[in-house]
Design a protein around this ligand. Structure first.
Ligand code: SF4
Length: 77
């Protein structure tokens, strides 16, 4: 199975980052600096903001390097 080093999840959403596409405009870091951190590894910390805010910021990525999707929750029966 292929794994991605640039895949992050908080259990609610999954964010992926493709460094080959990123144009380093830093819109993400300027918009949500507690999540998209330029000086720390791993550079994306999904505990830094609510999922809705992260999704909104990912949608502003001009290159499409950031993508996100909601993680399917298992429902207890
Ligand atoms: S907003 Fe997108 S293009 Fe800009 S630095 Fe972040 S990931 Fe790269």
């Amino acid at each position: 199975m292929e794994t991605y080093d640039n895949e992050f999840t908080n259990g609610e959403i999954k964010v992926t980052y493709d460094p080959k596409i990123c144009i380093h405009a830093e819109k993400c870091a300027q918009g949500l600096s507690d999540v998209f951190r330029t000086t720390v590894i791993p550079w994306i910390d999904l505990d830094g903001a609510e999922s809705e805010k992260i999704v909104a910021q990912v949608k502003k990525c001009p290159s499409g390097a950031l993508q996100c999707s909601y993680v399917k929750q298992k429902v207890a029966v």
